[in-house]
Design a protein around this ligand. Structure first.
Ligand SMILES: NC(=O)c1ccc[n+]([C@@H]2O[C@H](COP(=O)([O-])OP(=O)(O)OC[C@H]3O[C@@H](n4cnc5c(N)ncnc54)[C@H](O)[C@@H]3O)[C@@H](O)[C@H]2O)c1
Length: 257
């Protein structure tokens, strides 16, 4: 399939995990991909992988929790490619902390990345998309956006807000030919699964509860490529009548209790 020929896509947090898998898939199907991230070394390595696939990829060092940096990012993309067809709001951070021990600075940092970063990227990209009369935005949320996992109120609350940003912008940007959808991954095997130095997917409790007892009906964590496949579908013209949807990519985890 070559679904993205002639399209320009931005993937925030695109130098690793789900973002990098998505960037590679979009590039392999013809897109000019721009990955935005904070870490120059990781971004340069990811850019080398994308260049090997082809097209005219670009890495922009940008902290999307900084509004000015987002403006510069969007300006760089327009200079590089002349248009913005696809935005994947993927960047996020996760850590565990007790609600009563949380600090305002850390809470704000999570919201500045997951909620405000997506807001700034969406607003700036949508202005370009409006001029073009078309665009597709995919927000990478989490099943935590609708579930109360302990020790991550910051992240769960931010993902819940991101889900509402998805629905509200889908409704409001429809007249400009812009579609906005989301994916809600469950457990996906990426660097984000390493919490406090330990890969939670390798722990005995994970294997017993989620796998052997089939709390995840498909009895395994997902791979970043499996999330990327759904993100790319939502970004593609094949999803032309999908608007404001948030699609679980969780092996069935969210349907069990
Ligand atoms: N891995 C999972 O199990 C899982 C589950 C549910 C949702 N998700 C979501 O998937 C998305 C991708 O996560 P991942 O699992 O690939 O982990 P990841 O850590 O590999 O990817 C997150 C990326 O975002 C970047 N990032 C963080 N803050 C940033 C900022 N302020 N500016 C620019 N870049 C920033 C990180 O450097 C990293 O490259 C995230 O939105 C995450 O919440 C992941």
């Amino acid at each position: 399939m070559r679904r993205f020929i002639g399209k320009t896509a931005i993937v925030t947090g695109g130098a690793s995990g789900i973002g990098l898998s998505t960037a590679k898939l979009l590039a392999s199907e013809g897109a000019t991909v721009v990955i935005a991230g904070r870490d120059e070394r990781r971004g340069t390595a990811a850019l080398a992988e994308l260049s090997a696939i082809g097209g005219k990829p670009l890495f922009v060092q940008a902290d999307i929790s900084d509004e000015d940096a987002v403006r510069r990012l969007i300006g760089s993309v327009r200079t590089h490619a002349g248009r913005i067809d696809i935005l994947i709001n993927n960047a996020a951070m996760f850590y565990e902390s007790d609600f009563l021990q949380e600090t305002t600075d850390r809470w704000r940092a999570v919201f500045d990345t997951i909620v405000n970063g997506a807001y700034w990227c969406t607003r700036e990209a949508a202005l370009a998309m409006k001029e073009q009369g078309s665009g597709a935005i995919v927000n990478v949320s989490s099943i935590n956006g609708v579930r109360a996992l302990n020790r991550s109120s910051h992240y769960n609350s931010a993902k819940g807000a991101l889900d509402q940003l998805t629905r509200c912008t889908a409704a409001e940007l429809s007249p400009y030919g812009i579609r906005v959808n989301g994916v809600a991954p469950g457990f996906i095997d990426t660097g984000l699964s390493v919490v406090g130095g330990e890969n939670e997917l390798e722990t005995e409790w994970f294997k017993q509860y989620y796998v052997r007892e089939r709390k995840i009906p498909l009895a395994r964590p997902g791979q970043s490529e499996e999330a990327a496949a759904v993100i790319a579908f939502l970004a593609s013209d094949a999803a032309s009548y999908v608007q404001g949807a948030i699609v679980p990519v969780d092996g069935g985890l969210s349907i069990t209790f």
